[in-house]
Design a protein around this ligand. Structure first.
Ligand code: FPP
Length: 319
């Protein structure tokens, strides 16, 4: 089928393209309001659509076209789960699942950066993993993390991604801590997506550390009687003080648990659970999660739009 592409500039803010007849799609620059009168040059029956970011593959682009780029979650947190099951199904050792999980990390993070997600936080290693898994598996994960950081820094820089960590890093092996610090500094100049790896992380330990840090700050600032506690103060002393709270939390492998992950910060997050095992997860699955997120109505304990309208009507009638 032949496709003709016409380029026009309807609002003076950049070129758009009209593709006929394959998709009948009009690509608009983000800031261009399709409902403005100047958009009325759009022929009837043609769908308005935003521009697909460079670098998305065909499947990702297909999902992205249905997203509203103005309502992307600012911060996505992911509980990467199912590596062991993925390996077991293939009669492979558990660590093979972790190794395969690296490709999922790469694809997910790159896609997040390409579509302009401000922050993505990955639960890579919990304090409980550290204490309860065999030493050989823990050692393997530490080695995998070190190799990932060394190999991935150039790609993180190409994608303008800044690396951060949360968790009790001081308990990790010295050589791993050194590699982590090197990778953090090597990406510190980047201004795009913030990739935060949760390593030796526990939400309850984070709260304990935050309370200790608040008390410590008050003591240095004239004594414990200067201790001020409110929600903002607690947030300022969490490991995640550099981040907005996540809007969306994704968990792979079908488990319906938060597993001690960002318990304070996830208070109002939308939860998305997929049966996909982490090593099979890719950027397109992240976009599926965002599509589901965009269908939800976030209420923060309030009423939904229809109910609040009805409520206003009742209040009016009672006057
Ligand atoms: C949970 O699967 C996953 C982990 C404990 C480790 C996550 C690590 C990776 C994805 C690999 C690399 C990550 C980075 C950042 C380099 P599980 O072992 O609990 O799976 P199961 O529940 O099926 O046993």
């Amino acid at each position: 089928m032949s496709v003709a592409t016409f380029y026009v500039d309807i609002c003076g803010c950049g070129w758009i393209s009209l593709h006929f007849p394959a998709r009948n799609v009009l690509f608009l620059p983000r800031h261009c309001n399709p409902s403005s009168p100047r958009g009325s040059l759009v022929p009837k029956g043609i769908t308005l659509q935003h521009k697909v970011p460079a670098g998305l593959d065909r499947k990702e682009a297909e999902v992205y076209r249905h997203l509203d780029p103005e309502r992307l979650p600012k911060h996505i947190a992911i509980i990467m789960d199912g590596n062991g099951r993925w390996a077991k199904r293939r009669h492979m050792p558990r660590v093979a699942g972790h190794r395969a999980g690296v490709a999922a990390v790469r694809s997910t993070v790159e896609t997040a950066a390409r579509v302009g997600i401000q922050a993505i936080t990955l639960y890579a290693f919990s304090e409980e993993n550290w204490k309860k898994r065999p030493k050989s598996e823990v050692d393997f994960l530490m080695g995998l993390l070190s190799r990932y950081l060394k190999a991935e820094v150039p790609t993180l820089n190409e994608n303008n991604i800044r690396l951060e960590y949360i968790g009790r890093q001081q308990q990790l092996p010295d050589d791993v801590q050194e590699r982590m610090e090197w990778a953090r500094q090597s990406t510190a100049q980047n201004t795009g997506t913030v990739l935060t790896l949760a390593l030796n992380y526990s939400a309850r330990s984070e709260l304990v550390d935050a309370f200790r840090s608040m008390l410590d700050a008050a003591t240095k600032n004239g004594g414990a009687e200067h201790l001020q506690i409110d929600e903002d103060k607690i947030s300022e002393h969490l490991y995640t003080r550099h981040l907005p709270d996540p809007d969306l939390v994704v968990r792979t492998s079908g488990e319906m648990r938060l597993s001690n992950f960002l318990l304070w910060q996830l208070a109002y997050a939308e939860i998305y659970v997929t049966p996909t095992l982490w090593p099979d997860f890719r950027g397109v699955h992240l976009l599926d999660a965002i599509a589901e997120y965009q269908k939800r109505e976030r209420r923060y304990g309030g009423l939904n739009h229809g109910d609040s309208h009805a409520h206003a009507e009742v209040a009016k009638a009672q006057k």
